[in-house]
Design a protein around this ligand. Sequence first.
Ligand code: ADP
Ligand code: MG
Length: 331
Amino acid sequence: DDTVARIAAGEVVERPASAVKELVENSLDADASTIDVTVDAGGTELVRVADDGRGMSEADVRAAVREHTTSKIDGLDDIESGVTTLGFRGEALHTIGSVSRLTIRSRPQDGDDAGTELVYEGGEVESVEPAGCPAGTTVEVADLFYNTPARRKFLKTTATEFAHVNRIVTRYALANPDVAVSLTHDGREVFSTTGQGDLQAAVLAVYGREVAAAMIPVEADGDELPPGPLEGVSGLVSHPETNRASREYLATYVNDRAVTADAVREGIMGAYGTQLGSDRYPFVVLFHDAPGEAVDVNVHPRKREVRFDDDDAVRRQVDAAVESALLDHGL
Ligand code: ADP
Ligand code: MG
């Protein structure tokens, strides 16, 4: 029933940034090499994600907005063995579409199918028509929460909503330097990565020259780390002189998922010691590898917070990895 769907939608879609996250994950799952994210008014008026991924046939587009349909899971076995694709619940498009005006335009890369445009409003398919469009998929989410005024009232200012969007797109752009990711807000391009560079190039595109120039590589394999669950720590951390008064620039990943973890943050901050002022944080893009069973992802699924079976050991491992990188630079 509609009401149930709208309530459920609130759990998945909290704000425009949640829609951005689901759409970008779908584009990555579709093996896109270009992902263009466009938002208006912080995403409250419009979120558009355009990709050059696999694309969908008309039947695929129709199926994509149906409840609990996903092309990414075969059965329970997949869940238990750990899914490799980012999305697996098969409900994002359906739920986003129940609280917005959703338009999907898509054309498959393979074959000579025409494109399809499907319009979905408040949980109903309004129209499905052939459309001329490039191979790949464009999803537009307009007027988020137009039919749930109570939830719309909870949205913050344009600046705050855009900050959430920016943080999400930044995380994905940094984790996927081989994908060209762009972000445009109210007609102004905020950043775009080339999709042809390494992590350093992605940092340059996203944060600019000053920050990119301050980055120090971190590279520690399991045997170089103190004992603990982490099998590797790698990425970039900034010289302590380049810092900000916000944790927002700590982009941390566990097994390539953008997550936060207290142990990781404390390890990073411990490595800098007193080199940062109080309430100052470095720029960090740091990837952590750990066996799946050492990571508890159910702490706060929506906020993407994880814990480890041995948080103390992880803190020591991250501290050691970052400290040795800083030491190599005489810090
Ligand atoms: P999930 O990602 O969990 O499967 P979604 O509701 O996000 O569920 O998407 C439903 C389905 O629509 C996906 O399984 C996929 O087959 C298709 N789909 C969604 N977005 C795209 C895209 N950008 N490119 C190709 N297929 C897509
Ligand atoms: Mg999805």
